[in-house]
Write a protein that binds this ligand. Sequence first.
Ligand SMILES: Cc1cc2nc3c(=O)[nH]c(=O)nc-3n(C[C@H](O)[C@H](O)[C@H](O)COP(=O)(O)OP(=O)(O)OC[C@H]3O[C@@H](n4cnc5c(N)ncnc54)[C@H](O)[C@@H]3O)c2cc1C
Length: 386
Amino acid sequence: MDFTLNDEQRQIYEYGARLAQQYDHRYWLDHARRHAFPHEMFRRIAEDGFLGLMVPQDYGGAGLGMTEMALFMEGTANQGVPLLMMVVGPCMSLSLLSKYGTEFHKRELLPAACRGDIQFCFAITEPGAGSNSMQIRTLARRSGNRFSLSGEKTFITGADVADYCLVVARTTPHDQVGRRTEGFTLFAVNLKQKGVDMQRVRIAIPLPEEQWTLFFDEVDLGPEDVVGEIDGGFDILFHTLNPERIILGGLCCGIGRFALEKAARYASERVVFGQPIGAHQGVQHPLARAYTAVEMASLMTRRAAWEFDNGMPAGASANMAKYAAAEAGIEAVDAAVQAHGGSGFTEDVGLYELYPLMRLLRTAPVNRELCLSYIGQKVMGMPRSY
Ligand SMILES: Cc1cc2nc3c(=O)[nH]c(=O)nc-3n(C[C@H](O)[C@H](O)[C@H](O)COP(=O)(O)OP(=O)(O)OC[C@H]3O[C@@H](n4cnc5c(N)ncnc54)[C@H](O)[C@@H]3O)c2cc1C
């Protein structure tokens, strides 16, 4: 495993700094406070060719992998710009469509999505099924080769700005399958279609992307909307859930680094008791400890991305990266706020408002406990409790 970046990867990692010349942390925060989607910034990211990072060149993308996507995310987050819509759209949905989509998805939707003309969101969570996705009830009832989709998905990020949603549904109810992983099918659902409705979920976190409950009432779908195999959706789900964990690892590391760099600058300048506060080990060590945690998590994120790109089972590394990065991100923002004293809570400094996002990522999309259970059971061989 070689973690040296090639020239292209370095440029991707450093793109965040170029983007921030126009769209920086202040721009992001201004949109986050108003829950306003940053359309101009996404237009620029599309024009610069980054929405299709993981989409093959034949379908309008750059033909790169998870490593580059994670570097992109970490590089933008290094500037204090966390891009959740990149997670659910270009990383989770577009990469899955590139591998398992129909000709319609590949020839029509992917090029449009790479250009930024259409956006995707991703829906698995239901009011009665979050951590336990086996329990989802949204059902696509079959009639000949058509489907009628009914059910409810909740907390769906960016559904209001998305045109399509990759929906995880059941085509066979869970009480009619042999194994609990059978009977899942993924669909790319046009959100403008008859039978789709949505309602805002008010989340108490400054974020440009809003969350929505989606209602599907007998939405008519055809074979051209199916992603992957009918009833075999579970097998491809981890081709998108592991990337989600990896890219969020990158996001947490970047935000952690952004907060710590700000704090190190402040602690070197702010004089209390006759010397810069950064000279006190009580201030310096928490920052240094968090910095170490961020850098370790960043390495694990790269390892997970590398394994994924090389067709290796990436579940263990992806869970460790997501767990370590979320914890490191929380520690980093907390230490940075503490080092700033009262200023850490001001709107001017704009640091405290990153804390809720880092804290969210301990709980969602996969919570700390499930990451640890995966490591405890699948990696360390301990028994399963649920
Ligand atoms: C801001 C935001 C954005 C989101 N975006 C999306 C999106 O775009 N698409 C989407 O599909 N979903 C999205 N989600 C949903 C998110 O993925 C779920 O909230 C998450 O999976 C947890 O599910 P839950 O809320 O039902 O918690 P529950 O499953 O009810 O779990 C509650 C808590 O119980 C604990 N717990 C659960 N099971 C176990 C166990 N086996 N062992 C130990 N502890 C356990 C955990 O601490 C967990 O936090 C989003 C959520 C938020 C808040």
